[in-house]
Design a protein around this ligand. Structure first.
Ligand code: GLC
Length: 748
């Protein structure tokens, strides 16, 4: 063999060995990670801890030098391929990039907002939706999504209530885990899988006043019994990463919160995954007044075991100095690098760094769109239906549709839709027109308001003329998508602009009025609620809002959603939530509702001395877990096996559910418990289990729940998780306010 050929052969072998000298399929993951780490310079190690936006001016150079571990917000498949090739084929060690994106509720096929998804109470469907989102995102090269957001909140003023799964720990945990399973699939190495990132760790939804990014002052018991349990659920589901929060928790910014991140998440929960900061939340610790400069911010974040810094530059600028100062050891950096490399190996990026887009299903394919439509149907909550005005009767020959949100293809998609497009969206007006044409119904449309915030109603006379001729009015109310989401909190959550005046104007004609509300949060509309014959709360339902809402209104499918969050009558009632404490003076039957006639010159203590508002009582507009159907259901034969249980026993609850109506429909049977006396006061109700059951008219189903009594505990004053002996109530019903009550005892 000639010398030239021999040299070329050796060079080829050397290259192929170098390019994958740490990839040896017989090696286990840890060995592969260790082998690669051993070859890395300190600069290359620090490079893995750096995440940059896709439009960063020095992106290519930093990638070629091994100075970036992850890129977010680049989803053009050709560009993703180009920068991945730079990393894999041009940098010294060829370590692939983690390509990340906020795939919050769909990628190109936009699903209902997460709050709406929670309203479906259908875990299987939500997992399926996440699978659709993952497949579409992965087809473009994205392999890491910054979702699910499981920041439990009790405050609809907070704009990001749209992005989570409501006020309940069980729902946030279960739906968060469903999204993790959908994103990550059976194996992270599957090219359609993307790493999940449950966020934000932690207590971001506890923002004081519902004002985004605001201080979270939270008791230890609320932190450990309300806010953290959903994170345990998602990590048990195998979430590969998590993200820190912008807020401080009782004075310590989450991104530098060593007790929470290092001591609890890492050491106690043994979380081995990647922790990424939120956007510049590392350097924002200086703004918080927790650090003096970026160098100290880098120290605090590294001490808290934050692996990757999103967007800001503290790590790349100061970690070497911190080692030189003896403030951190290179081993600390090694630990972070290993977690990141491990994730890249688990995603199969070393073997298959490039997305083969052509091999994936089409974006927006019929199957994906059908999942989106089904989810939009199952997420809608029927809040009112007087005289069964819905579903629309076959006798209707003339309809008038009114309101800007009937035809708002961008806004129906909701917040956090980076890759959704309005041109893909089918609006309620489009679908209603099509269905009306099919049925020979005359349909007129009036926008009436430029936007939901407009103060002037356009074309009043024309509207009234058409309402007078119509058999029924379909009003579309709510808020545009810009009014919820990050940094979009509201002090006033009333229906915006002149919408309530619009309702009052239309109601004067006396025709049946059906309101469909599109919003990213609970809005308040008590003033006009009596003028509405029916209210369908559709949230921001995504790409397929139109077909879903039309099917619901015409009765092709019955609404089956239930509220994942309490609806206040007035913003002044906030915080208002179902799993509240009794207090020593709970609202009574007299003070449950608002007091209409407050006597004059009444003696100070003559009016109900209980915890309520004189002007709004105690009652919410609509309670957690509430939602109507086109059919009716009966829950009967509620039984529990054994009324005396030991800790660790299973509490077996059974019931018979019957569809007593004339419409095929699904009911969500919910199980709540209450510990009557505890070493801390206990919530009046806590959701423990639920099942959504579809039944035809006159059909019945025996349903059974198995609840582990270990799950009935809480953190006592010594902050020990305990399940205490004593008397418990249990309810089986179809909302947090209506159920059949039984009792049981935990004896030890
Ligand atoms: C944001 C959000 C976070 C998101 C990140 C990247 O500010 O708080 O949820 O994942 O930036 O877009």
């Amino acid at each position: 063999m000639s010398k030239i050929v021999k040299v070329l052969l050796l060079a080829f072998l050397a290259f192929s060995q170098m390019a994958c000298s740490y990839i040896n399929s017989t090696d286990n993951l840890d060995n592969q990670v260790d082998k690669l780490l051993a070859q890395m310079t300190l600069d290359e190690k620090i490079g893995q801890l750096v995440q940059k936006n896709g439009d960063h001016p020095n992106l290519d150079k930093m990638i070629e030098e091994g100075g970036i571990g992850s890129v977010l917000n680049q989803v053009n498949p050709d560009e993703v391929l180009r920068i991945q090739r730079l990393a894999v084929e041009e940098s010294r060690l060829g370590i692939p990039l983690l390509i990340a994106r906020d795939v919050i509720h769909g990628f190109r096929t936009i699903l209902p907002i997460p709050l709406a998804q929670a309203a479906s109470w259908n875990l299987t469907l939500v997992e399926e939706g996440a699978r659709v989102a993952a497949t579409e995102a992965a087809s473009q090269g994205v392999r890491w999504s910054f979702a699910p957001m499981i920041d439990l909140t009790r405050d609809p003023r907070w704009g990001r209530i749209a992005e989570g799964f409501g006020e309940d720990p069980l729902l946030n945990g279960e739906f968060g885990a469903a999204v993790v399973r959908g994103f990550q699939g059976d194996s992270l190495s599957n090219p359609t899988s993307i790493a999940a990132c449950p966020k934000h760790f932690a207590a971001y939804g506890w923002a004081e006043g519902g004002r985004d990014y605001n201080t979270a002052n939270i008791s230890e018991s609320d932190l450990y019994d309300i806010v953290l349990p959903p994170f345990i659920k998602v990590f048990e589901a195998g979430a590969a990463t998590t993200m820190t929060a912008f807020n401080e928790i009782n004075g310590i910014p989450a991104t530098g919160h060593a007790p929470l991140l290092r001591d609890l998440l890492r050491n106690k929960w043994n979380f081995q995954g990647v922790v990424v900061s939120d956007w510049e939340s590392v350097t924002q610790m200086e703004v918080h007044g927790y650090t003096q400069n970026p160098k100290q911010s880098a120290l605090k974040a590294m001490q808290a075991t934050v692996d990757m810094e999103m967007a800001s530059t503290a790590y790349e600028t100061h970690l070497k100095e911190l080692i030189a100062d003896g403030k951190i050891e290179e081993k600390d950096i090694d630990d972070a690098v290993k977690r990141i490399l491990r994730l890249k190996f688990e995603l199969g990026l070393f073997d298959n760094p490039y997305a083969h887009t052509a091999e994936f299903p089409e974006l927006l394919n019929p199957k994906h769109l059908n999942v989106a439509k089904t989810m939009a149907q199952e997420s809608a909550v029927l809040l009112k239906n007087s005289n069964r005005v819905l579903p629309l009767s076959d006798d209707i020959k003339t309809l008038v549709v009114i309101g800007p949100l009937a035809d708002a293809p961008h806004d129906q998609l909701g917040t956090w839709i980076f890759d959704g497009r309005k041109e893909d969206a089918i609006t309620p007006l489009q679908s209603l027109k099509a269905m009306a044409k099919e049925k020979g119904i005359e349909l007129k449309y009036h926008r009436a308001l430029e936007t939901s915030r407009s103060k002037n109603i356009i074309g009043k006379q024309a509207i009234l003329n058409d309402v007078r001729r119509a058999d029924l009015v379909l009003l579309f109310l709510g808020e545009e998508s810009i009014l919820s989401g990050e940094s979009h909190s509201l002090a006033n959550i009333d229906l915006q602009g002149a919408q309530m005046e619009l309702v009052e104007m239309v109601a004067t004609v006396g025709k049946p009025v059906v309101a469909t509300i599109l919003a990213g949060r609970p809005v308040t509309f008590e003033r006009v609620e009596p003028m509405l014959d029916a209210v369908l709360y559709a949230w921001h339902p995504g790409t397929m809002a139109g077909p879903a809402i039309a099917d619901l209104l015409f009765g092709v499918v019955s609404p089956s959603g239930k509220l994942p969050v309490t609806f206040p009558r007035h913003v002044g009632q906030i915080p208002i939530y179902y799993n509240h404490k009794r207090t020593g003076k709970p609202a009574s039957n007299q003070t449950w509702e608002r007091l209409d006639d407050i006597p004059v010159e009444a003696p100070q203590l003559s009016i109900g001395n209980t915890s309520h508002y004189l002007d709004y009582g105690f009652e919410p507009m609509y309670p957690f877990g509430y939602g109507l159907s086109y059919s009716s259901f009966q829950i009967s034969e509620v039984k529990i096996e054994g009324s005396k249980l030991s800790v660790g026993d299973k509490l077996i609850v059974s019931a018979l559910l019957t569809n007593t109506g004339d419409h095929e429909a699904a009911e969500v049977v919910q199980v709540y418990t209450h510990q009557l006396v505890g070493s801390r006061t206990r919530p009046v109700k806590e959701l423990r289990a639920f099942q959504k059951v579809l039944l035809s008219p006159d059909d019945s189903a025996h349903i059974k729940f198995s609840i582990n009594t270990n799950d009935l505990g809480f953190h006592n004053p010594a902050m020990e998780y305990v399940v205490e002996p004593g008397q418990y109530h249990i309810w089986v019903g179809n909302s947090s306010e209506h159920g059949i009550q039984l009792s049981f005892e935990i004896i030890n």
